[in-house]
Design a protein around this ligand. Sequence first.
Ligand code: URA
Length: 259
Amino acid sequence: MPLIRLDKYISQRSQLTRSQIKALCARGKVTVDGAVVKSSDTKIDPETAVVAADGAQISSETKRYILLNKPEGYVSSTEDGDGPSVLELVPEELRTKDLFPAGRLDKDSLGALLITNDGDLAHKILSPKRHVSKIYIVKLDRPFKSKYVDIFESGVELASGEVCLPAKVKMVENCEKLAFIELTEGKYHQVKRMFAAVENHVDILMRVSVGGLILPEKLGFGQCMELLHKDVENLLRPLDFDAFCSEFSGVFSAILINK
Ligand code: URA
């Protein structure tokens, strides 16, 4: 197995950035096989090295974070079910057998889906207690009504009797059948059921952000990209809904209009 730099080894397996690792090394807080290593560019054998940073052992397994722009027709599970699994879209060179989709998008839904092997991060993104928001753009069957804003803000009641947490919704300017909606929870078919509760119908649904991570315009349907550290950190950051809608309505409405 070729040797790799210590900072690369740690950054691939933890949330630490290379500059944090460098600083920890300089302070004598990083050990390899029990010996302090002060220089973060030291080469180590990733197969055998036992590395600890700031008193905690670094897992020998690589953490992987992949953002997929999900196309329709794929299911958000690890195995093929009612259609091929989204995992089939992960390029060979990024695949490991422990990857799973962190969250669900319906078979006919589109957009941002995180695929990872980091169970802790997935839990943080999905737990309603963390309030990590997800923004969707929808194409509606009938024109948007301004009353949706208050209804969704006060917690819409679904046909099942379940009451949703307050959600923000905004019509795309000059496009009365397009709207953005921000949720901080993930009930089954939630967006579709929320619009059904106000007697509308979602024809197309696309997730455009997870936390502070916005789906890049250049990532086409069916394409994946490996996330950089700053992108992974962004997943847990808040995003200003109104500012997002103003800045990105042009980009995402063009994508939906052309669907
Ligand atoms: N809400 C839905 O209705 N479907 C999805 O795929 C995601 C959110």
